[in-house]
Write a protein that binds this ligand. Sequence first.
Ligand SMILES: NC(=O)c1ccc[n+]([C@@H]2O[C@H](COP(=O)([O-])OP(=O)(O)OC[C@H]3O[C@@H](n4cnc5c(N)ncnc54)[C@H](O)[C@@H]3O)[C@@H](O)[C@H]2O)c1
Length: 457
Amino acid sequence: MTTQFIDNKTAAQEYIDSVFAQVKAKNGHQAEFLQAVEEIFLSLVPVFEQHPEYIENNILSRIVEPDRIVSFRVAWQDDNNQVQVNRGYRVQFNNVVGPYKGGLRFHPTVNESIMKFLAFEQIFKNSLTGQPIGGGKGGSDFNPKGKSNSEIMRFCQAFMTELYRHIGPDVDVPAGDIGVGGREIGYLYGQYKRIRGAYEAGVLTGKTPGYGGSLARKEATGYGLVYFVEQMLLEKKESFLNKTVVVSGSGNVAIYAIEKLQHFGAKVVSCSDSNGYIYDPEGIDLKLVKEIKEVKGDRIKTYVDYRPSATYTEGCTGIWTIPCDIALPCATQNEIDGDSARTLIANGVKFVAEGANMPSNLEAINLFLENDVYFGPAKAANAGGVAVSALEMAQNSGRNYWSFQEVDEKLNNIMKSIYTNSKEAAEKYGYPGNLVVGSNIAGFVKVANGMLTEGVY
Ligand SMILES: NC(=O)c1ccc[n+]([C@@H]2O[C@H](COP(=O)([O-])OP(=O)(O)OC[C@H]3O[C@@H](n4cnc5c(N)ncnc54)[C@H](O)[C@@H]3O)[C@@H](O)[C@H]2O)c1
């Protein structure tokens, strides 16, 4: 190693450590945000070694500070005429690559730390798609569980009555996330349209097809995840045929991942909800899961009432004790910890790819990387949803619609290029086979270069 090389490496490490210390001092109480920042920072040492101009322009201190965070009161009346108050958020993190873009989450756990971690991750994920979209996220601590349809509508209208002034087709384009599906997006868009007095379909994505929405958006994250895993398998000269797969969750991502996995000939033996998981050694009956979750909105445990081959276990982490070749966490953040990762590895898992956002904690990720498990991080593997959202924006501005097949083909190509860019960045910066480092770097470099071109602000 030359002295110059060592100097660059030391300077890069010292710079990253000092920025992380500042982030910690300013955001010490925001555990999820710090976890996401640390995960990205750990990958960036080789980039800063080769790009001292990023240090000179203090890119890192600028990129971890959101452009702005909007927090607002959402007051609404429930069916008993009682006034309820929730807190709404929109984090507009970075718009160097395009308008802020990211979902809205309605869930009681929503707080500023979760919003910031999701928006921060979204910057790099969106950049990685190659589509012109920046990073944002929003939501509310509103709990949609047990609410009537009218309560959901009134809440969405109250939420948009404040949010509308911060968004727009060229400004910030929210979409759905946990607790926000097609119905909620419809109510939100209706209210936006009434307030603005204009048909600006590109202001929200995830709209109903035929009413501004794109075909294949519903399927996009799950299908995209499976297209990404297909590339991982091809790399190792493997295929889905006869592979046993464990999928957690039974929401939008999980259901369409299972659909595509089964289409490719994999055997999916489990899925779950926030109460527990089912194990069906004969293979999941997806029609039944859809009936339970999408039609009846029931708990996953009712699956065993119809399928004698299946068992139900209370609690979420046990799902990772089921032996499998491929594990796809598609439920929520931090659902795989070190112990679950060790169990998966001991049982012979070969591929893990993240459908949910940050479902594996740092210890789990490191265990996968050290134990030769090919690991597809969320940022890359679950970017299909936002990629098709960008395609929805493109259709809205062109005022036309593409066929399901056309969108699905574009999605597949985007997932292939995300995989290739992540793999090549990992190789270029000295971490072959490490898609965590590769996707972080590929997403980051594009944003950092854009920031250099726009000057200091
Ligand atoms: N929908 C998208 O397009 C999209 C895109 C990218 C990432 N994601 C991420 O994927 C994850 C799932 O999103 P979704 O849209 O499918 O949400 P969803 O609300 O449709 O489904 C979430 C599912 O996970 C289950 N769940 C919640 N907590 C759980 C736990 N601890 N253990 C097991 N199951 C649990 C819920 O019961 C539900 O079945 C989230 O992390 C989300 O941020 C979603």
